[in-house]
Unconditional design. Sequence first.
Length: 185
Amino acid sequence: MTALWILLAIILVIAFYAVGIYNRLVKLRTTVSEAWSGIDVQLKKRYDLIPNLIETVKAYATHEKETFESVTKARAAAQSAHGVEDQQAAENKLSKAMMNLFAVAEQYPELKSNTNFLQMQQDLSAIEQDIERSRRYYNGSVRDQNILIDSFPSNFVASSFGFHKSPFFELENEGERAVPKVSFK
């Protein structure tokens, strides 16, 4: 009889532990979804600002049609992207197109001194910082979830209930990866 009670106690401990792991997996999945929503909000703010930037630059640089079209196409692709991988690829293209737009703007001193343009640049810079913070939060949430899904013994609970690892959201910024060139001439 004592052996039966011990066996029942062990089964109950294992069951409570499995329920705890399941609840933690659900919490982390919800946190990842909430973090992605934060990124989505920041990206929407950026998408709303881009047409105003284009129109301001267009007023000064009417012959840069190709640059404006590439930014517009990249923005549309980023807005219609679904899933982390598609969004990541679309955001990388949009970032490159925006760099080209700002390169065009550098050629026009009157534009660089336009208060509306300067304000939009500051707004875009603030939004980019918010996107970076949201991306870090999302990636931290994904890291925690993926560690739990891969760890023993929680990997048994995760696979039993269909929990899957989430992808990280990483934007390529070639400028950040490039080795700075230093010259003392």
